[in-house]
Design a protein around this ligand. Structure first.
Ligand code: MTE
Length: 324
């Protein structure tokens, strides 16, 4: 975001050839997934994990992404190594290449997510319980960072709307506020003043209820590595990456537009909406194009990150230059 660092060398990137085979296997295996299998999902998180925790499969993917409606792209997936070694996660490091190492061993069990505020049925969910409750889907989404790079990421997760329906938002609820864990012992960079902690984000209720908006618990069919926001993070594919808040502990339904970390940090540069819009430059650089990680050249950035067909109607009548 504010600080630009050298990007990962292409020589360090290897593809995940086995992924497609494994994915087909999981689709089959999902049919026989049991509650016991679900329990395996977060097994072993307390032992010192390798940087990528390869092999720790999501046990309860019960359905692949539904066809159409932008739930999946057939663009080439960004290699696992890049997704997990080129990260923005300021709680651990401002150096994209340094997050994975510093997040290694981040303890994510037990983990609770409180869903509260203007709802009829507030509830503190134990993460294991939440995962059992919510059918996990694979969603292959583009992620476009405000810094001008992008990836294609096969997430595993569930629609945020499914969770919000459980708690029954009241008629006063208009926005959803999200909060990351605040624990400087576990997230060492929170001891610095590089951002106001905890990291916070927000969506309008209709954005939060949109079927493209998910809470992700895994990627490439495996549990989310710490550096990508373990154990649960928001993914909003039509907005700049910083809206997709990591390691979420609180989801609060509110009436007023909630504060958001990057807007607090630099209000002229990062608005509340943060929709990917190639026609609105960042004050310090163009947003017209992007570099897909692994590519040499740049490609044009698409309105709403290519999801205009699905989400443009959410913003009918709004001036997206003012509401950037
Ligand atoms: N969430 C928290 N809590 N802290 C962060 O620093 N960085 C954001 C977002 N979510 C961030 C965060 C930014 S700037 C981006 S681009 C994405 O996470 C990056 O997600 P990735 O590292 O999984 O690609």
């Amino acid at each position: 975001m504010l600080i630009k660092k050298a990007e990962i060398k292409s020589s360090e990137i290897t593809d995940k050839e086995t992924y497609l085979n494994r994915r087909n296997f999981m689709r089959g295996a999902a049919l026989v997934a049991t509650t016991a299998a679900t329990g395996l999902l977060y097994r072993g998180l307390n032992s010192p994990p390798p940087v990528t925790r390869e092999g720790e499969k999501i046990a309860n993917i019960v359905r692949p992404a539904p066809d159409g409606s932008g739930f999946s792209t057939d663009e080439a997936k960004t290699p696992f190594k890049s997704i997990t070694n080129y990260n923005n996660f300021y709680e651990f490091s401002t150096d994209k290449g340094g997050v994975a190492g510093r997040a290694q061993g981040f303890v994510t069990k037990p983990w609770q997510v409180s869903v509260e505020g203007l709802v009829n049925k507030p509830k503190v969910y134990d993460l294991d319980e939440l995962i059992k409750l919510m059918p996990q889907e694979e969603r292959i989404y583009r992620l476009r960072c405000v810094e001008g790079w992008s990836m294609v990421i096969p997430w595993v997760g569930f629609p945020l709307a499914e969770l919000l329906k459980q708690v029954e938002p009241t008629t006063q609820a208009r926005y959803v506020a999200f909060e990351t864990l605040y624990d400087p012992k576990r997230m060492p960079n929170q001891r610095t003043g590089v951002l106001d902690w905890p990291y916070v984000e927000g969506l309008r209720l209709d954005e939060a209820m949109h079927p493209l908006t998910i809470l992700a618990t895994g990627l490439y069919g495996e549990v989310l590595p710490p550096q990508d926001g373990a154990p649960i993070r928001l993914v909003v594919p039509w907005k700049y990456g910083f809206k997709s808040i990591k390691s979420v502990v609180k989801i609060k339904l509110v009436t007023e537009q909630p504060p958001t970390t990057w807007n607090i940090q630099a209000p002229d540069e990062y608005g509340f909406y943060s929709n990917v819009n190639p026609n609105v430059d960042h004050p310090r650089w163009s947003q017209a194009d992007e570099r897909r990680i692994g590519d040499l050249g740049r490609r044009p950035t698409l309105m709403f990150n290519g999801y205009a067909e699905q989400v443009a109607q959410l913003y009918t009548g709004m001036d997206l230059r003012t509401n950037f």
